[in-house]
Design a protein around this ligand. Structure first.
Ligand code: HEM
Length: 433
């Protein structure tokens, strides 16, 4: 047997909880997140990972893979593993400050790139912009957006929920959250698409470089807006105004830190919310009894959204970490500079944590879930997720009370090239209107 084949069938670790003492290895035959089969049906691969290889070295991907619920929960809180790709052994050499453009300066100042102390500082100073009073002001704007979106769908016999809902709502919701005027929404949309494209490390360099160039007018727009607001008698009490006014004993956010927050919510909040919409509708329509229960008990909505995200498990390569030092983790010898695929979606369906993980149960106790991460980088956008997801589901139920997935499965299709998600890009709804 060749060494690659041997590694694919390496002896499994002891049952979950036990910590193996030698390096566990797998290869692409056990887990290939880019294969079509995996994207359509990741369940068997994830089952094996969480059970037998909770933390292992992937010989083909040349990175560690951390998959079980307990291991992922631990890694999320372990500061030896950084979100900053500059800790990666293959990171490109840093550019001199004078050569950096707006995009690069914003990335460098951002939540995922800064070190632990600076990250704490940023989270503290950005807190007021995500506070309930600021967020509640955007509720009405998002409600209006969702009503318009469903008006645009009208009353067809069938429609594609990806095209008509999931592709439209997330970026427009973020535009409303950050306070972009409606006549600038198309400009913001192009900016957001370019920001997301520019951060997709699996795209060809040329395409990313073009996208980076195309983000620059958007950054200039926000930098000008921030300067105007700073010059005004009061910066305003909306999202951008709150970031400008935020102060911790006189310590304040500078312009690039503020645009980096806008960039972070675009990167972290547009793709994820696209998948939220398709997977939530797919989950509810595949489980009509659960949908009926939610209609009867709308107070379950918040729990239902977390459960729908968990159950759909839309991530392909959800998050990454980079070892900032040599570290033994779950008995595995992780070397400084190595990268780790933090396989959160596998953890969301780990049967050791979630009994009957493939069953949708909107009443499930979600204590200890890591759907929005854990620790220092815990998701900053949960309020927007609740509002956007909750209002979309409510409006869908009101307009299409008898809807079903067309031909049983909604003729579901995937974007197999998507950089990190099992992206559904077609989900046909039969409205029965
Ligand atoms: C729709 C479903 C969403 C899911 C499942 C989700 C999940 C997550 C997870 C797991 C993390 C932690 C990442 C890590 O530790 O590496 C995270 C962080 C983050 N999320 Fe979300 N998210 C969602 C939507 C959003 C939205 C709508 C926004 C923006 C409004 C947002 C903004 C952020 C930001 C800025 C961070 C980084 C926080 C930091 O580094 O301190 N997310 N999210």
């Amino acid at each position: 047997m060749n060494p690659v084949a041997r590694s694919a069938v390496a002896a499994p670790a002891d049952p979950v909880g036990a910590r193996p003492s030698s390096r566990l290895e797998i290869d692409g035959r056990l887990f290939n997140p880019y294969s079509k089969d995996f994207i359509r049906s990741p369940w068997d691969a994830w089952d094996r990972l969480v059970r037998d290889y909770p933390v292992c070295w992937h010989k083909d991907l040349q990175m560690w893979v951390c998959s079980s619920h307990d291991a992922c929960s631990e890694m999320l809180k372990d500061t030896r593993f950084s979100t900053n790709y500059k800790n990666w052994e293959h990171a490109p050499a840093p550019k001199p400050e004078a050569d950096k453009n707006h995009f690069e300066k914003a990335i460098d100042a951002g939540l995922f790139a800064v070190e632990v102390r600076e990250h704490l500082r940023l989270r503290k100073l950005t807190m007021p912009a995500f506070s309930k009073p600021v967020m509640m002001k955007i509720d009405a704007k998002i409600r209006d957006l969702i009503v318009t979106c469903f008006d645009e769908i009208g009353s067809p016999a069938t429609f594609d929920a990806f095209e008509m809902i999931a592709e439209k709502l997330p970026v427009r919701s973020i535009a409303r959250m950050v306070g972009v005027p409606t006549d600038m929404e198309n400009f913001f949309h192009d900016f957001a698409v370019n920001v997301v494209t520019a951060t997709r490390i699996n795209l060809p360099l040329k395409r990313r470089e073009q996208a980076i160039q195309d983000t620059l007018p958007g950054f200039q727009y926000f930098l000008d807006l921030i300067r105007q607001r700073r010059a005004a008698p009061h910066p305003g009490d909306d999202f951008v105004g709150s970031l400008i006014s935020a102060s911790d004993n006189g310590d304040r956010l500078d312009d690039y830190s503020i645009v980096s927050v806008i960039q972070a919510v675009i990167v972290a909040g547009s793709d994820t919310a696209t998948d939220l919409h398709t997977y939530a509708l797919q989950g509810l329509l595949k489980n009509p009894q659960q949908f009926a229960l939610l209609k009867q008990q709308p107070e379950l909505m918040e729990n239902a959204i977390i459960e729908l995200l968990r159950y759909g498990a839309f991530g392909k390569t959800p998050q990454f970490r980079f070892a900032a030092q040599d570290a033994e983790f779950w008995g595995q010898p992780i070397k400084k500079g190595q990268s780790i695929l933090l396989n959160l979606t596998a953890a969301w369906v780990d049967p050791q944590k979630w009994p009957n993980p493939r069953q949708l149960d909107i009443t499930r106790k979600m204590d200890g879930n890591i759907v929005f991460g854990a620790g220092a980088h815990f998701c900053i956008g949960t309020y927007l997720v609740r509002v956007q997801g909750g209002l979309m589901i409510q409006e869908f139920a009101r307009r299409f009370p008898n809807a079903e997935l067309l031909n049983g499965d909604g003729e579901v299709d995937y974007d197999y090239q998507h950089h990190n998600a099992r992206r559904i890009n077609k989900l046909m709804i039969k409205t029965h209107l």
